[in-house]
Design a protein around this ligand. Sequence first.
Ligand code: SF4
Length: 303
Amino acid sequence: MKVNIDKYSGFCWGVVRAIDFAEEELARSGKLYSLGDIIHNPQEIDRLGAKGLATISHKDLESIKDAKVLIRAHGEPPSTYEIAKKYNLEIVDATCPVVTKLQERIKKFYDENYQIVIFGKKDHAEVIGLRGVCNDEAIVVKSVEEALTKVDFSRKTVLFSQTTMDKPTFYAIKEALQGKVRDLVVGTMEEIAKTFLAKDTICGQVSGRDKKLREFAMQNSVVVFVAGKTSSNGKVLYEICREENPSTYFVESEDELNPQWFEGAESVGVTGATSTPQWLMEKVGAAIERIDKEVFQKAAQNN
Ligand code: SF4
């Protein structure tokens, strides 16, 4: 059985950058607090934890004194920066530049009195930051149905997306809202042309993965998808794999592997989310090779 590690999977550059920021600071001072998990991957959190990175929640900000706090790639709402200032905390800002750009765009349209619609998950950390830049007045929707019931068609509207959502649903929402908003807003042709805008802000690191991931899933008889169970990007990419190859299994680590999955398989592909470290996929790959060897040895003994 051949085990293939997907060379296109692993950390996106926004996450690599956040980890670099953390490691640089840890090398300097040996202590850093991360506001929320730096990445949705328990093994990587443990690795950085051994170097001095501790995860805290927002309510801990008032009790850590004069410390350094890392803002992870998802970003934070303006209120977090204000709280940090109040408690004299130094911010190590690792907000992904793609997210920063999205926050700026939302703020700009909000200041121009647009109704802000975000295709995303209301309580996802990135979306909490996006809601924060528009005074928590954005309408967050996950589906066409939700968009059609929640959006006020009489207002000029702009649609954005959380960076890790799927493109087909974004474009379906765009299409559903487009005509309705324009039909209801009255004004000059020029004004009407500006009444509904939609900007696909799904990160290229996520959407560009689709095609390559589909190919990888089809090329292997079994696929093991490695990601943290709370990774939103992981869930989306796992579903894509499963669409192409029903023999796809989700694991957080090599401990969850089931030897029965590999019976009769010619090849096993190991892939992961943008939050999955390369070293972890290699570890899972090595464990699958061990399982294969054990099965082979048992079969040889029985013959
Ligand atoms: S997926 Fe894209 S937006 Fe999100 S952290 Fe990575 S590079 Fe940044």
